[in-house]
Design a protein. Structure first.
Length: 342
């Protein structure tokens, strides 16, 4: 985390651990406020890679699962990077500012993914660098979020992943009533103070919970190389393009789409107890063997945890699914905000 920004947040009563804002003094009340109020988050749990140079677009086009040619100053997108076996190493939010492309992913993966992308540069006229301390990302969510953006910037993006460019920031709608503001360390404090007059400051777990409820998977260290993009519903939220050219894992991803179908899908669920990304799931259908894995989990406003789980479709449809073992707590499935094809 940028040290000047960290100092500012501490002055706003942020509780920070390892560069991540845990809360602003009352974690449980902040969670309760998140679904029913306008809330403001610091997104330093994520890091950012900056890709620049004459070949930046073509380089990324040859590396990630989405069609980067569709990214522009007014359009962001979800994407992923996979191994040659089609297993995801990272998921990204990608946007463009000036002629540069920015890839946002969990901070814990930034160094490794930077190294992996750099291995493929060869003679390309492109530079990939870790730019997390040079870009501050804020999250704004709730019924009043669009109005606050309109008051400050004069407008707000009207559809998911539509972006707007302003003098000192760009704004991306990442879901209904939910926006990400990317700015500089110099301008971030004034933006924060302006929005904080009418929005409740909340910790990073609140934004993680909003991502989960939106059905947006985020690959973490615990889940790297576990899932093909379709297992995580990535093609349903615009993160896979099946008509673009080759990229690592493309043959596996395309074969699953056109010659068969995924036997696993990602579902939204709740448990009354605790869980975390990477925890195995079990059902009686496969004789007590692992039938899936928790992809993402976060404390829920009403207690317990909400989670995204990638599970064998047949187990989801016909059996109860349990955390940790067959004797563990059963998942309570919830509807996703988008439809999973039959």
């Amino acid at each position: 985390m940028n040290l000047d920004w960290q100092t500012f947040l501490v002055q706003q009563h942020a509780q920070i651990q390892e560069g991540v804002v845990l809360n602003f003094g009352d974690a449980q009340d902040e969670l309760l406020a998140t679904p029913r109020s306008t809330v403001l988050c610091d997104l330093s749990q994520f890091g950012i890679l900056k890709t620049s140079g004459d070949d930046a677009q073509s380089f990324l086009q040859n590396m990630v699962s989405s069609d980067v040619r569709e990214v522009g100053l007014r359009q962001a997108q979800i994407s992923s990077l996979s191994t040659s076996k089609g297993r995801m190493l990272a998921t990204f939010l990608i946007w463009q500012s000036d002629s540069d492309y920015y890839l946002q992913l969990p901070r814990e993966l930034c160094a490794a993914i930077h190294k992996r992308l750099s291995m493929y540069i060869l003679r390309s006229k492109v530079k990939v660098e870790v730019a997390g301390d040079a870009v501050i990302s804020l999250g704004l969510s709730g019924e009043g979020a669009a109005s606050l953006l309109q008051q400050h910037f004069g407008s707000a993006p009207s559809k998911p992943f539509v972006a707007e460019q302003h003098d000192n920031a760009n704004v991306i709608q990442v879901g209904p009533d939910r926006y990400q503001i990317n700015t500089t360390p110099h301008h971030a404090p004034a933006l924060w103070q302006n929005f904080n007059r009418h929005a409740r400051a909340v910790g990073s777990y609140c934004w993680d919970w909003l991502n989960i409820r939106s059905g947006i998977p985020v690959v973490l260290a615990a889940t790297q190389e576990q899932f093909v993009p379709q297992m995580a519903n990535l093609e349903l939220i615009g993160g896979v393009n099946f008509k673009k050219g080759c990229y690592p894992g493309q043959e596996i991803v395309a074969r699953m789409q056109y010659l068969g179908k995924s036997k696993r899908r990602m579902y939204l669920a709740h448990v009354n107890g605790n869980t975390q990304a990477g925890e195995p799931l079990f059902s009686a259908e496969v004789d007590g063997q692992i039938c899936g894995m928790v992809s993402n989990a976060a404390p829920a406003p009403g207690g317990g945890h909400d989670l995204l789980a990638i599970i064998q479709i047949s187990s989801h449809d016909t059996q109860s699914v349990h955390i940790g073992s067959l004797q563990g707590e059963a998942l309570q499935f919830l509807p996703l905000p988008y439809e999973i094809p039959a």
